[in-house]
Design a protein around this ligand. Structure first.
Ligand code: GTR
Length: 329
């Protein structure tokens, strides 16, 4: 897998060994979609489902081929390829967009959402629409948001029970300056790194751990090398499905409407798959002997995040967005 990840592009060039999930064998237009996760992961299945809807609704004219397992590259690189029109669709976390699209930072702030329900209310409403619209200035079309649960720290060294326990430890974060500052504000050191490099970085002791949700902690195998999982739930970062504006502009207005609707209609299906997967992954990881620390006082974690808000929420526009999110019931 790590070789596939590292040489995603080279692998792509050699079509014979590309394993993809084709939902549209006979379609006239097959949209190529990227995902870092393996086949069967809720995000991969949701985009396949969208492909099925598209095929049905266009009588087989348009379909989707999902290239899972980072076959097309790591998220940061696939975002660029999507902007260039080399990849048509991309399912990614909002994290790697933080340095490019400032609006995505607001809904990636630590502890901005009180719960997953709160996140759904915000992302399903006008703020979600504003953020989707913000992608267009960056050669992308924001189609829909998916779930990414809540992210917590895991490490190979010791059970972390308080902010103090994090002092001096090394954690991998997604490639977002805000996440580097988030870990710094907790007194730990952050290393931004592509997802596919994290397993061996923990194994070889380059980092002590990382942070993620139950399904990713499971499917990446990170729980095998970092067995202490502290449920501080510092992030609830939505995931997004974007389309290359270049590919979008080739569609007729009617087909654009069908694509957007199929993406929206895949969301409830994704949320169902997600909830089921969270449970399954938690059971599997606990059974494998991970030490899960649930008794956490989140207040000091939340207070430690003040400098992150001060540094990253600077314009009137972003401040207003934060206030509106906090006021959303
Ligand atoms: C996962 C997310 C991926 C990727 C990964 C990471 O939870 O679904 O899109 O961002 O985390 O940490 O890089």
């Amino acid at each position: 897998m790590s070789i596939l990840r590292k040489f995603g592009l080279a692998v792509l060039a050699s079509a014979a060994i590309v394993v993809s999930t084709m939902s549209a064998h006979a379609a006239e237009l097959v949209l190529r979609s990227s995902d870092t996760h393996p086949d069967g992961y809720p995000t991969v299945e949701a985009v396949k489902y969208m492909g099925k809807l598209l095929e049905e609704r266009t009588k087989g004219r348009i379909g989707i081929e999902v290239f899972h397992s980072a076959q097309l590259g790591e998220e940061k690189d696939t975002i660029e390829q999507t902007q260039f029109g080399v990849i048509d669709l991309n399912r990614v976390s909002l994290g790697p967009f933080n340095n490019i699209i400032e609006e995505t930072q607001v809904v990636s702030l630590p502890y901005i959402f009180r719960s997953v329900d709160h996140m759904h209310k915000v992302m399903d409403g006008p703020i979600g629409d504003e953020i989707l619209a913000a992608f267009e200035a960056h050669d992308l079309i924001g189609l829909a948001f998916y779930d990414g649960g809540s992210r917590s720290f895991y490490n190979s060294e010791k059970p972390i029970k308080s902010v103090d326990d994090l002092k001096g430890m090394k954690f991998r974060v997604m490639q977002s300056d805000m996440f580097v500052d988030m870990v710094g504000a907790l007194g730990a050191n952050a290393t931004p790194m592509p997802y596919g490099e994290v397993y061996s970085a923990i194994q070889t002791g380059v980092i002590d751990g990382a942070e993620n949700n139950w399904p990713s902690y499971d499917s990446s195998g990170h729980f095998e090398v970092a067995k202490y999982y502290t449920l501080d739930e510092h992030l609830i970062v939505p995931e997004v499905l974007v389309m290359s504006k270049k590919s979008w502009d080739k569609l007729s207005p009617e087909d654009q409407t069908v694509v957007r609707q199929a993406a929206k209609d895949s969301v409830p299906h994704m949320r169902e798959l997600w909830t089921a997967q969270e449970k399954k992954s938690e059971e599997k990881i606990r059974a494998a002997g991970a030490e899960v620390i649930t008794d956490i006082d989140k207040k000091p974690f939340i207070e430690a995040m003040k400098p992150v808000y001060e540094k990253h929420v600077t314009s009137a526009k972003l401040k207003d967005m934060v206030a509106r999110i906090q006021a959303t019931e």
